[in-house]
Design a protein around this ligand. Structure first.
Ligand code: IPD
Ligand code: CA
Ligand code: CA
Ligand code: CA
Length: 283
């Protein structure tokens, strides 16, 4: 098992270097003219940069680790299967915050998670514009630019700062529930609710203790894989909105510095139904 642990450490080194290189690509691309198109809905944006960055990340990692499996947002969009098996699997979001990227709004990250036998081993999130690197390795803690991360100690929801995101679905029914949930969070009362346009960076705020909690319906496995490990290693809790353990493919999450705040949020939320990431019938 030591040999295994060693090799994951090597994977993590390669992943960090690849994430930094991806971030550099994003910084170059954001200055250039962007070719924007949409995927499932008019607000589900994708650019050539998303595709190029993902290609670079996957080809770099595949060359080093040819036997591993890969799940990437843009590969899935191109029809590749999104199934988590027991084999060592990389779960990649090349640009998290595409809409921000399109507007040059500086909240954009690269996210690389790695799971073996469906268990997350490490996660890396690189904030492309301020150069902050978040890392977490199972059993070894979470760090931001090498400094150990700890979640907030606040247990009182009335003193909490809560983050959330709205996914690509903007039909009136989805928006009604989203706003109803937001209203419940604001009238709890909490200190406030924020939407920054990047699930991974929002989750890094929970890991850093700069926000108490995060919840979302409609995120994908590549939004949560790396972040879930980073938050857990920072002492936080990342669970399903039903209160059970996190299911990477379920498209639901509540993350918080404390189980108490997570439970409070869970009990208030009204669910929004999204399909699963690994359901072939649901694109
Ligand atoms: C999205 C962003 C957004 C969140 C969506 C995500 P993308 O990721 O994180 O803030 O609301 O659910 O899918 O498409 O920019 O990688
Ligand atoms: Ca996207
Ligand atoms: Ca994303
Ligand atoms: Ca993305």
């Amino acid at each position: 098992s030591d040999a295994g642990a060693e090799s994951w450490a090597e994977c993590m080194d390669v992943a960090v270097r690849t994430a930094l290189r991806a971030g550099q690509m994003v910084r170059v691309c954001v200055m250039q003219e962007k070719r924007v198109s949409s995927k499932s809905t008019p607000t589900d944006l994708v650019t050539e940069a998303d595709q190029h960055v993902e290609e670079m990340i996957i080809s770099t990692l595949r060359e080093k680790f040819p036997s591993h499996s890969f799940i990437g947002e843009e590969s899935s969009a191109a029809g590749e299967k999104c199934v988590l098996t027991d084999s060592p699997t990389w779960i990649i979001d090349p640009i998290d915050g595409t809409c921000n990227f399109v507007h040059s709004f500086p909240m954009v990250a690269v996210s690389i998670g790695f799971a073996v036998k469906k268990q997350l081993e490490f996660g890396i999130i690189y904030h492309c514009f301020d150069g902050t690197l978040y890392t977490g390795r199972r059993g070894h803690g979470a760090f931001c630019n090498g400094v150990r991360l700890h979640v907030s100690k606040e247990k009182d929801v009335s003193k909490a700062l809560i983050l959330t995101e709205i996914g690509a679905k903007r039909d009136p029914h989805t928006l009604d529930i989203f706003l109803e949930n937001m209203k419940k969070m604001l009238s709890a009362p909490t200190h406030g609710v924020r939407i920054i346009g990047s699930s991974t960076l929002a989750l890094c705020h929970v890991a850093s203790g700069t926000a108490e909690a995060y919840y979302q319906y409609g995120l994908h496995c590549w939004d949560i894989a790396a972040a879930a490990l980073i938050i857990t290693e920072a002492g936080g809790c990342v669970i399903d909105t039903t209160g059970g353990p996190l299911d990477l493919m379920s498209r639901r999450v509540v993350a918080a510095g404390s189980r108490k705040i997570a439970d409070y949020i869970i009990q208030k939320l009204k669910p929004i139904n999204y399909g699963r990431d690994d359901d072939d019938d649901d694109p």
